[in-house]
Design a protein around this ligand. Sequence first.
Ligand code: NI
Ligand code: MN
Length: 227
Amino acid sequence: MPVKIIYHGHSNIEILSGSHIIQIDPFYTGNPLADVKADTSKAQFIFLTHAHEDHVGDTESIARRTGAIIAANYEIAVHFEKKGLKTAPMNHGGGKDFPFGHAFMTIAFHTSAFSDGSYGGQPGGWIIQTGGKTLYHAGDTALFGDMELIGKLFSIDLACLPIGDNFTMGPAHALLAAQMLKAKAVLPIHYNTWPPIAQDVAAFCRDLEAKHYIKGLVMKAGDSHAI
Ligand code: NI
Ligand code: MN
């Protein structure tokens, strides 16, 4: 069964696997790159990397409409549980079976507060295993040495890595990350949304293929790709 991903700009990714619809960081409203509005999402599961607005995005409205289960760190899960939504609280190093397969929460080096300043726990990344494929969404993070360990623990078919610089690692560090993760392919994310994170994504993907023989995907919001 092919696993399809749809990119909605920034770090917003939909994963379609059989009858399952999994979404990571559903940021539509206020996302200058978004190709569609939040009310088009049919997510059954929403995975959040951290509490920043450009990642939590439209989680609440989508989950209210679709009944999606929100998987996030404990603090973010409690935040949404208090609003009467269904959650799957998890934390770093923990894995859990879901109807679509399995999810594992990795570490990330970043911060994580809600837009009102309240505590959003620690930021993370996600390994999503579904339909025989393994996807890694790094969330917002600096380059860190344990990416090598993540690459040993999981055989990653597609790594979604931030390349924007300024708030996360930039292209040079993302190249190293891809190599450490031994990812078969990389989807660059978290770039060109706003001027401080403008990057030449084509140049990044050329370097990735030329230096590390790893396929880089240049996707515009609305593009889909079969893993
Ligand atoms: Ni962030
Ligand atoms: Mn961000």
